[in-house]
Design a protein around this ligand. Structure first.
Ligand SMILES: *[C@@H]1O[C@H](CO)[C@@H](O)[C@H](O)[C@H]1NC(C)=O
Ligand SMILES: *[C@@H]1O[C@H](CO)[C@@H](O)[C@H](O)[C@H]1NC(C)=O
Length: 387
């Protein structure tokens, strides 16, 4: 009775821990840009909450023909103007190849400006631009456009601005508040990242969070927990410390693993039309197997119970399956996310270190076990006859 009580309260504790961790990892407020939608069925792959001037950039970069499709939104009055620019010279106003939207003759319009000096006028810009549309709704002025970039230009300096008035079709000087002066930054078109944005890229950030949690739990903590269980128990001095180490390692791995699983499911639901079924199915199996393993802890027969041997076979077998599937799925995930090559290399390095450690410990274990056997069998008058 007492033990079943402590088991169930232990499980409740784990569940509580899992849910606390959830709240920590999955931000309760979703970033603003991810909920924004556009007229005309316009969809973009990425969105960034820009750090200044209540502005947002949605974009899709097509690397096959180096075209950048954007939607830029900023809080503005209907009589003001908003601007978004690429500046090949640096994150600054001068040199900007700008798109500026404002109301002209009662209609919202976008014009291009080569901002080569503080006095600038409508002009051609360095890049070909098409599908330029301006819209205004709910306090936001929006610029839609597609820009043809030079093919080697995969990181751009973006500059954006908001002004309060337009005189005779010419945007008036903007305010000089800090937010007007700091509205600039880099945008990495291949990684989907902006620097100097506090919100960052929502989708990529979620993917990275999922990837890191998954690699740490399934790819590192679980194998380490198995290594602890398999090798530390050989040393009598490590008993029962190895057991508690093993349990805490696997329980933390499970907690982090469940978090990665949940973020993964969320990503899967959000991804439109793309299904990574192998990664997903392995992920779901991992979650089920690991949950069963955690439950099994509470169903473990006593050491001398006749079913304990079966339980051991099942527990160890399941453990190895989880480790193998976990490592496979980390590589699957790396192939999907395609982070910088160094991450894959780093993970391979971790595996090599763990593998080498396991080999070394395996050798030590065998030496210890064999020594123990031989020292027993050379005991004089060992009438027992059992090893
Ligand atoms: C680039 O490719 C996309 C998709 O194939 C297409 O929609 C777009 O019009 C192309 N842009 C250019 C500049 O050719
Ligand atoms: C923009 O202005 C700069 C400086 O005057 C000039 O060198 C450049 O050719 C201009 N770009 C275009 C497309 O006219």
């Amino acid at each position: 009775m007492a033990s079943s009580f402590s088991s169930s309260s232990g499980f409740v504790l784990i569940l509580g821990f899992v849910s606390v961790l959830f709240l920590q990892i999955i931000p309760s407020h979703s970033l603003t840009c991810s909920s924004q939608q556009f007229s005309g069925n316009r969809l973009y792959e990425y969105c960034n909450d820009l750090p200044q001037l209540s502005s947002y950039l949605h974009w899709t970069y097509d690397s096959s023909n180096s075209s950048l499709k954007i939607a830029f939104l900023a809080s503005s009055t209907a009589d003001g103007w908003v601007a978004w620019a690429i500046n090949p010279q640096g994150p600054q106003m001068l040199g900007s190849q700008a798109l500026i939207a404002f109301k002209l003759d009662g209609k919202f319009t976008v014009k291009t400006y080569n901002v080569s000096s503080y006095k600038f006028a409508v002009s051609k810009i360095d890049y070909e631009v098409w599908d330029m549309v301006a819209e205004y709704s709910e306090g936001m002025m929006k610029i839609f456009a597609t820009i043809k970039l030079p093919s080697q230009m995969t990181t751009i300096n973006q500059v954006w601005q908001v002004g309060t008035a337009v005189t005779n079709g010419f945007p008036n000087v903007h305010l000089m508040k800090p937010e007007n002066m700091n509205s600039k930054g880099a945008l990495d078109l291949l990684e989907g990242q902006t620097s100097s944005t506090t919100g960052g890229n929502d989708k990529l950030k979620k993917k990275n969070t999922h990837g890191i949690l998954g690699a740490v739990s399934w790819g590192i903590l679980f194998p380490v927990g198995v290594i602890i269980a398999r090798y530390l128990r050989t040393f009598q001095s490590a008993d029962p410390a190895w057991f508690y180490l093993h349990v805490s390692c696997q329980v933390s791995a499970y907690v982090v693993g469940v978090a990665s699983w949940a973020t993964g499911l969320k990503l899967g639901n959000e991804s439109k039309g793309v299904v990574y079924s192998t990664h997903r199915n392995i992920g779901i199996s991992l979650f089920c197997f690991a949950t069963v393993q955690i439950f099994a802890l509470f169903l473990r027969p006593k050491k001398d119970h006749k079913y304990r041997a079966y339980w051991n076979v099942y527990h160890h077998g399941m453990g190895y399956i989880i480790v193998i599937l976990g490592i496979i799925n980390v590589f699957q995930g790396l192939d999907i996310l395609e982070p910088a090559q160094k991450w894959k290399k780093a993970y391979v390095l971790v595996l090599i270190v763990l593998g080498a450690l396991a080999l070394l410990l395996e050798a030590i274990t065998w030496t210890v076990v064999l020594k123990r056997k031989s020292s027993k069998s050379t005991k004089p008058y060992d009438t027992n006859g059992r090893q």
